[in-house]
Design a protein around this ligand. Structure first.
Ligand SMILES: Nc1nc2c(c(=O)[nH]1)N[C@H]1C(S)=C(S)[C@@H](COP(=O)(O)O)O[C@H]1N2
Ligand SMILES: [Mo]
Length: 411
């Protein structure tokens, strides 16, 4: 190399010369590999394509001690294996309370009842005759990062932050369906209900239902996956995942909330005072560094390093992400790349020259409403440590000399 590393870094960041480790006598270039010498598989090898066998590590994973039974459990999105903002359908985390319902769409119905002029029942074909729209949204379980309230616990952003996914939904604005039934003037709430064995229900204010809720039948261009609610789910943009009822079979319209299990004994936030916050629907501004992270250590020696992560807010777009490599003493503005959609994941990058010494990596997101992601200490001061839900605090990863990464807390 004739140019100094410093010069290269201040010039075209990302230039291939920066990272090259191959030598001229490398057999990977001097010898022809089998895949060049022999013909490959024909076009029908996989009617539904699957990833390369070398990507077998990019899978959903669960935390065995977290839940007693797989039918009422959760697995996590491998965030450290993803690029951009869209989660592939097969990698979207799953959370279900009564197993995955396997529904024949020909036998599925959506009923609208309660405070409406005419109760209606739709087939899936009926639903597909309404005008439809395509929207990219994240879905985050309110319990995401819930195991970290009292201290750093799980080693991997998949486990600390993997109860989030972001896909493009195709569906019908819910207001079209409600208008068809004719909502009575006394109506103030709706209650979607699932057709699975848990028959999940949640109360949602009518205002939200008429604003940006959808009933979706497709994600990322194909039918919903069974585990994401095939053939129909409600989309509640920016609000906690529990409200996004899957296998949607009924929407009741009412004049007050129903106070069912998922909004009383669950999905409430117990404060130090003994009181609990209720109806905490919006998902607060949040971010996490996905690379490097415990499952994705730095594998090269010192030098040019790409830091990457995800940021999101249930209140709008992400305006800015700051990153720190020294535990929050100094901050630099990261580069957001790719589309910036309201209530969707945002991808950020920070390229830096690693000296090979230990680092404390942090990211801090700021949303379009001016909300700033808090430190763990600041969040605990307001909410205590009895909560499970709505932990949007700043995550710290400790990078060791050798490049391994672990989950830690700084004071
Ligand atoms: N019918 C039904 N809907 C449901 C659930 C369920 O168990 N049954 N789980 C909820 C919870 S708690 C979350 S976080 C999201 C998870 O959506 P996903 O499995 O597509 O990630 O679905 C919600 N909708
Ligand atoms: Mo959830």
């Amino acid at each position: 190399m004739t140019l100094s590393r410093r010069k290269l870094l201040t010039g075209a960041v990302g230039s291939a010369a920066l990272a090259t480790t191959a030598r001229a006598d490398d057999p990977a270039i001097t010898e022809l590999p089998d895949w060049t010498v022999y013909l490959g598989d024909g076009v029908d090898a996989a009617p539904y394509g699957v990833p390369s066998e070398y990507e077998a590590d990019a899978v959903r994973r669960d935390v065995p001690w977290l839940t007693a039974d797989p039918v009422s459990s959760v697995n996590f999105t491998p965030l450290h294996k993803l690029e951009g903002i869209i989660t592939p359908n097969g990698l979207c985390f799953e959370r279900h309370h009564g197993g995955v319902a396997q529904i024949d769409p020909a036998e599925h119905r959506l009923m609208i009842n309660g405070l409406v002029d005419k109760p209606l029942v739709f087939t899936m074909d009926d639903i597909k005759r309404f005008p439809r729209e395509n929207k990219i949204y994240f879905l985050e379980c309110a319990a995401n990062t819930g195991m970290e309230w009292r201290g750093a616990q799980l080693n991997g952003c998949q486990f600390t932050h993997g109860m989030v996914h972001c896909v493009q939904y195709t569906g019908v604005p819910l207001r079209y369906i409600l208008e068809e039934a004719g909502v009575k003037t006394s109506a103030k709430w709706i209650m979607p209900e699932g057709a699975d064995a848990s028959a999940m229900t949640r109360s949602i204010p009518l205002e939200k239902a008429l604003d940006d809720c959808m009933v979706a039948f497709a994600m990322n261009g194909e039918a919903l996956r069974p585990e994401q609610g095939y053939p129909l789910r409600i989309v509640v943009p920016g609000w906690e995942g529990n409200m996004w009822v899957k296998w949607l079979r009924r929407i009741e319209v009412g004049d007050e909330p129903w106070h069912h299990r998922e909004e009383t004994s669950k999905y409430t936030d117990l404060l130090e005072s003994g009181k609990a916050r209720r109806f905490t629907w919006e998902m607060d501004v949040k971010s996490v560094i996905t690379n490097p992270s415990p499952q994705a250590p730095i594998t090269h020696e010192k030098g040019h390093t790409v830091l990457s992560g995800l940021a999101w807010s249930g209140r709008g777009t992400v305006e800015r992400v700051d990153v720190s490599i020294d535990g929050g003493r100094n901050w630099t503005t990261a580069r957001i790349d790719g589309p910036s959609h309201s209530k969707a994941l945002h991808r950020f990058y920070h390229e830096f020259d690693w000296e090979g010494s230990p680092l404390l990596l942090q990211s801090r997101a700021i949303d379009s409403e001016g909300w700033v992601q808090p430190t763990k200490g600041a969040l605990r001061e307001v909410r205590g440590t009895e909560s499970i839900y709505h932990n949007n605090s700043i995550q710290t990863w400790h990078v060791r000399k050798g490049g391994e990464v672990e989950n830690v807390e700084v004071g």
